[in-house]
Design a protein around this ligand. Structure first.
Ligand code: GZL
Length: 322
């Protein structure tokens, strides 16, 4: 091969390498845009979750488009469609309920926009509609609460009557916190759920439902099983207005382990709080960067959590972040 041809080929190779470095660094410099469709602002947990997502996006240099669906599925679907139209790099959302997502997720798939679920899961046959689900194991949270009840009442023959304040109807946390409890107590006849109704994860909802339960069942209630702290705090108000003593006459089991839940435990009004961490922002942003970089992720990323009985609340509260 003549010298001139060799020189030309070397120059071409050098140019190609230079171009790939430019393209690659340009690709690395391109700011990732994430479209996030949040459930709403229904509870202290949700507020802390929103703060975590927004702060983590800022820390990661990710351009965040954020929407609040006010706990309505149609608003979340509308937000996801708008992110598809805006051609964001990744879509993430916390599904307000488990069903009804296939059509809009099919549209995201057709648009080649990867989807990440955070906090709550969805019930779909085609698991390729989302890359991964980052969040708590609500079934295990329910089991943890059930095990606490079994331990607390192990020397009590019963009956132990439970009034349940359920979360949003059809949501994964409400379904699974109930199922997890039932897994543990279903074979122990002394436990009986005498009342169960949704308070939609809000303080007002918990208070309203508990007012009705107190009127109908009064002193028959031994345990209030609230699917989150906001409803537990509302139920505490209702019980005190009805002359009941939450935390002593009536044991209160709650979820989330927010600062409000800890303060109620210190006041002796919540007996145990099952942790459910809203601090999912950093894990979400790391997953988004991995997806854009072409890495494969596990289908499920579970957050590690624990259970706080009231007797540790005072010493633990200073370390709590939400
Ligand atoms: C649980 C989350 C629930 C919280 C509630 O991960 O989806 O929704 O338990 C919140 O406080 O409203």
């Amino acid at each position: 091969m003549g010298r001139s041809v060799r020189l030309a080929l070397n120059a071409l190779l050098g140019l190609t390498v230079a171009m790939s470095v430019v393209v690659d660094s340009h690709a690395q410099d391109k700011k990732i845009t994430l479209g996030f469709a949040q459930v709403g602002a229904e509870s202290a947990w949700r507020t802390a979750n929103t703060v975590s997502v927004k702060q983590a996006a800022k820390d990661a240099g990710i351009n965040l488009k954020f929407s609040d669906a006010q706990q309505k599925q149609e608003n979340q679907i509308r937000a996801i469609r708008s992110y598809i139209a805006q051609k964001v790099d990744v879509i993430a959302f916390s599904p307000v309920v488990e069903s009804g997502w296939e059509p809009v997720l099919e549209e995201a798939k057709k648009a080649h926009i990867p989807v990440v679920l955070t906090d709550r899961n969805i019930d779909v046959k085609d698991k390729s509609l989302y890359v991964t689900m980052i969040g708590s194991d609500f079934l295990e949270e329910g089991r943890r609460a059930g095990r606490w009840l079994e331990e607390t009442y192990k020397n009590n023959p019963g009956p132990i009557n439970i009034a349940e304040l359920q979360g949003t109807v059809g949501s994964a946390p409400a379904n699974d916190r109930h199922s997890g409890l039932m897994e543990i107590i279903k074979n122990d006849p002394k436990f009986k759920i005498i009342a169960s109704q949704s308070g939609d994860f809000t303080l007002a909802g918990g208070k309203q439902v508990m007012e009705a339960f107190a009127k109908t069942y009064g002193k028959q209630i031994n345990v209030v099983y609230a699917h989150n702290d906001d409803m537990a705090l509302g139920a505490i108000q209702a019980m005190e207005e009805a002359g009941m003593k939450p935390g002593t006459d009536v044991k209160v089991v709650s979820f989330d382990a927010t600062k409000g839940g800890f303060q109620a435990m210190i006041a002796g009004k919540i007996n145990v709080d099952v942790e459910c961490s809203p601090l999912l922002g950093p894990q979400l942003m790391s997953a988004v960067k991995d997806i854009v970089a072409g890495k494969t992720l596990p289908k499920r990323i579970v957050t590690n959590e624990t259970v706080f009985p009231m007797n540790v609340a005072a010493q633990v509260l200073p370390q709590r972040k939400y």
